[in-house]
Ligand binder design. Structure first.
Ligand code: UD1
Length: 432
């Protein structure tokens, strides 16, 4: 298994190209299951999660073509998806176990074919992650749902029926799944308390290009008027706000200056506001963000994760890494996931001063310097937090289990090396 080795203490300077958003791309890929026409997605990131989703769709009968593309001198991928006929209506355990977002096949396949079987994802490192909202909403739309042998079996007689659905909480996954299902339902569906993350706006934009009738983009009330058939479309995936936020912190924690090319500042307003309040200079441009922390002694600030547009839970671990070397204390509160402080024991091993209180809050008291250590994390964003800590630490940090990073950070070592980090990927064999 590959590892990342970092010699810390280098100031990062230069430009980093922000890739297409993983969490937008995954539901967009599944939207292609709603039509027998071709859906083409450009600005696709090269990530193992995208490969896993492509492999799942291929088992179901989707034909996928891959093309190399260039954007602002950077290599990106374009994929075309065409599902004329289904070979299978099953999302097997082996796929869902590896990637929870496999559940995005549920709504589209059920709406188009009237039957789908999806392995239940089970727990994961950051929480229990139930799917109750997805399932009860589909039942409200007339689906018959049964759980058998670890699988959800969903059936409908004819078409799904439009319904007035009020979500108990603004789940991202349930919003995408019910949106996709409702596009082909009979009549009108209203989703109240829908999630408003930019990735959902991207999905709505593609679905409307495909002929869906969805109103209320970027609001918490979505109105979907079902149509009988959807057509193909071409769509450019939005920039990854979590990747951009992660590299913004790489600039801050190394007291460097990085331009995040292609980043969309409007999708990162709360994290950018916090960086500014810490004393870090932020310049927001139309298609980029410049983060300048040169000669800044930044102060710790409190953060509390929340649904969009609140502070994203997917940037909590990275901000905590930054707070470990800030002046003073910061209170970090996690409201979305019940078990998302897995990075704390590893940061402690690097010399951080953090006290976790219960499951939801942690006090971080800034230290002068972290020191490098072998570390590992159990999820994607926590792994990146350890990379950040390694960039700031004295000496060598080895981040194990790089496969977590490969799920969500495209060419991370190359991108960081290009702005001056001393970082390399080593295979287990090389390391011995
Ligand atoms: C998505 C993101 C993930 C991010 C999360 C919150 C993708 C592929 N993943 O995950 O990176 O951390 O949004 O921004 O886009 N819940 C229920 N019942 C349900 C569904 C969710 O109780 O049926 C709970 C979850 O346990 C969690 C909270 O709701 O506590 C948020 O979950 P949700 O918004 O659904 O997250 P995901 O879509 O899985």
């Amino acid at each position: 298994m590959d590892k990342i080795k970092i010699i810390g203490g280098k100031k990062l300077e230069g430009k980093i190209f922000i890739s297409g958003a993983k969490n937008a791309a995954l539901p967009l890929i599944c939207a292609s299951l709603l039509t027998d026409d071709t859906v083409t997605l450009t600005n696709m990131p090269q990530l193992s999660d995208i490969k896993s989703m492509n492999a799942l769709l291929e088992t179901m009968g989707t034909k996928i073509d891959e093309f190399n593309d260039f954007m602002d001198g950077h290599e990106t991928k374009t994929y075309s998806y065409r599902t004329q006929k289904f070979d299978s209506l099953v999302a097997p355990y082996d796929y869902v176990r590896k990637m929870r977002a496999s559940y995005y096949v549920l709504g589209p396949v059920l709406a188009r074919k009237g039957h789908v079987e999806l392995s239940l994802p089970g727990g994961c490192a950051i929480g229990a992650r139930p799917m109750d909202i997805h399932l009860t909403s589909l039942e409200q739309m007339g689906a018959k749902i049964e759980i058998k042998n670890g699988y959800v079996h969903a059936d409908i007689d004819g078409r799904l029926k439009g319904a007035h659905i009020i979500f108990p909480l603004a789940s991202v996954g349930a919003t995408c799944n019910i949106l996709m299902a409702a596009t082909l339902a009979e009549g009108q569906t209203i989703i109240e308390n829908a999630a408003k993350e930019p990735e959902i706006g991207d999905l709505i934009t593609l679905l409307n290009k495909m002929g869906a009738k969805i109103e209320g983009i970027n609001t918490s009330i979505l109105k979907i008027t079902g149509v009988k058939k959807l057509n193909g479309a071409t769509h450019k995936v939005i920039a990854d706000r979590i990747e951009a936020g992660s590299y913004a912190i790489a600039a801050a924690i190394t007291k460097g200056k990085i331009e995040l090319v292609n980043a969309q500042p409007q999708t990162l307003q709360v994290p950018l506001k916090i960086l500014k309040s810490m004393g870090i200079k932020i310049e927001e441009r139309e298609n980029s963000i410049i983060v300048d922390a040169q000669n800044v002694n930044f102060e710790g600030k409190d953060i509390m994760t929340d649904y969009y547009p609140g502070f994203p839970t997917d940037l909590q671990a990275q901000f905590m890494a930054l707070m470990t070397v800030a002046d003073g204390a910061s209170l970090v509160t996690e409201q979305i996931w019940e078990n998302r402080f897995m990075h704390v024991p590893e940061l402690l091993r690097m010399g951080a001063n953090i006290n976790v209180h219960g499951h939801a809050s942690a006090i971080v008291r800034g230290v002068k310097r972290l020191s490098g250590a072998p570390v590992m994390a159990t999820d994607l964003r926590a792994s990146f937090a350890l990379v950040l800590a390694g960039l700031a630490a004295e000496g060598e940090t080895t981040v194990n289990r790089v496969y977590h990073l490969d799920r969500g950070y495209e060419k991370l070592d190359e991108k960081l090396k290009a702005v001056g980090a001393e970082i390399r990927r080593v295979s287990e064999a090389e390391d011995e």
